[in-house]
Design a protein around this ligand. Sequence first.
Ligand SMILES: Cc1cc2nc3c(=O)[nH]c(=O)nc-3n(C[C@H](O)[C@H](O)[C@H](O)COP(=O)(O)OP(=O)(O)OC[C@H]3O[C@@H](n4cnc5c(N)ncnc54)[C@H](O)[C@@H]3O)c2cc1C
Length: 639
Amino acid sequence: MRSHLFQLLLRQYIEHRHPANVRVHVWTNAFLWLGLCTLLSQMPAPVEIPLLGANIGAWWIIGSVAYWLTIDVVTPLLVLAWSVAFASLPMFPWGPQHGWITGVAAPLVIMTVSGLVALFSHIYYHEHAEYLKTENPLADALKTTHAVLWGPFYHWLFALLGRKYRRSFRAELDTAERQHIVRKDGVRWTNWGRTFHCVPRTMCVPLRLEDLCAVVRQASQEGRKLRMVAGGFTWSSMAASDDILVFCERLTSIDIASDRKTVWAECGATNRQLNRALAAKGLQLPWNVVLETVGVAGIVSMGTHGSGKDSGTLSDLVEALDVIDASGNRRVLSEATIGAEAMEAARLGFGVFGVIARVQLRVEPACRVLQIDQKMRVSETIADLPNLVRKHDSVEIFWFPYTKWAWVRTFDRTERPLTLRSHGLGFLARNFVEMAVSGGSLWAVSKWYPAGLPRMVRLFAGTLSFHERVLPMTEAIHYRRWVELVRTGCIEVGFKIDDDDFSNFRRIFHGTRQLVDDWTKRGRYPFDLTINIRFVGPSRALLSPAYGPGLTCYIEALFVRRGPHWKAFTNELINLWLSAEPAALPHWAKEFEHVVGIDALAKERLGARLTRFRAALKSAGVDPSGMFVNDLVRRVFGV
Ligand SMILES: Cc1cc2nc3c(=O)[nH]c(=O)nc-3n(C[C@H](O)[C@H](O)[C@H](O)COP(=O)(O)OP(=O)(O)OC[C@H]3O[C@@H](n4cnc5c(N)ncnc54)[C@H](O)[C@@H]3O)c2cc1C
């Protein structure tokens, strides 16, 4: 019995390592358990149990306690005490004869709500442990059901283990975990956006940097190929591998330099973890992407960006990369070690400049910003755009198709006192409802009644609220939560603004509206969410669309559903955007692989930059045999 429970515990232990996720599970499972036992208690049993009565719920509790005593003593006793305490409450509907409402419906509601909160907690903390899936979905489902039925026995024990209870048992679990996930064969993996999947021959989840080095060293000795996954949010197949796929989500240490100018973050540290660690020391990243759950190695490897005319890409914040080369040895890549030219390539390296163990990023003292959200007419916004961009630190625009107005977000650094310290629980709840309701209904309308999309988009766009507030810059950057909830589609192109009047931007924006109108006139509605427009300054990342002097406009389209016309529509749209200027390029993290002729076009546009990239890769000497190169990198960049 012990080893059976140990295996089940191990699976949940691996799947619940984020302390905040464990906390949520401690409470949700406590209430789910109460709901379940109360429901069962409505059925009478022939024999009475002291304090719990003559009902099936009482017997379920006693049986469960006996079952779990085979592996632990304290947790079953705590569960027993918790159950008896509630069963003894005078108003509590414990035991038969409480009727359908209080005895059945109420416990079912409590169980459902608790279960959903636990489920969404995994989405919020992006803790999915996809690599635990097996070829047998029924067995997987049974294990999950076991964990739902006896939730507090699992999660209360994990919480206790986190507080130094039964150290030897925890060590036993840790050892088993290492054996179980450091290497696993033949697991199918799909990225967050469901845009690609791969079945790597081996999948690894290193728990320490030494494990990561060992994985790379062994792969090198066996002449195998290897790719990494940080958060798995990239839409393009940059992370795909059919040989070895390494997940860096357990490598999350953060070390802030004593001069407070830089931070070393392990590859899997998320934005949320990094922001918290920096905020605790009064620091911040100067700019960032919106999503909080992405990993630091992922965002720098893809040249991601936020918004701000004086910002660059995340790769521009890289001071140094602590990488593992193709022989499994650690090396630091920086301007001092490989030179400024090679560093321009390595800072946006798509994972080919070695496995990133740690990233050193530039940080700055935390500041406040005045953030203003406005609803403006699209025509006015576009006419005033050059002015807006010049005047504000950051300008971001959302245009909702089928409407004549835009949501314009600006923010500027300020010394004014805070009016909002942090977004808080109300904001989280509101964002959740907005994302769930709008995502679900737009998806349904797009699938079953596409002609209703314009009205639906107008309806949801109309529910947005507009504020003026002073808040920490980090909060302003991550102004949207629960983005992970809706697996949107996304295309994006970056191009340089060609003159003071933003003429090329106006042309392609006008073209975009025209394109949407043309498709609408033909009775087709492939576009169901929003266009987002951001501006960033010059970048030093060689293969970034923002590379070189001047202002770069990033224009993206987000989709709730990829319907039957999605490919044709996005091909037209991307080609329109790519016509903005001769060096316009797709955002490498977004969806572009379906665009006809894109590989040749990218190669032609990157031209000499590609030659320099390949030369830098060769001179850095991290991967002479192409161990870290996958299909997409080879196709597009000819590496
Ligand atoms: C909802 C959503 C919102 C987004 N918002 C923005 C935005 O505001 N701005 C923007 O620019 N982008 C945005 N993106 C894109 C996203 O930021 C990028 O795709 C980012 O790279 C994802 O980070 P990740 O941790 O998921 O990386 P992954 O997708 O896991 O990996 C990205 C790349 O990095 C490589 N890699 C990962 N870890 C390592 C390592 N240790 N060593 C070497 N290579 C490694 C992978 O092999 C892969 O090639 C968004 C994406 C989503 C889904």
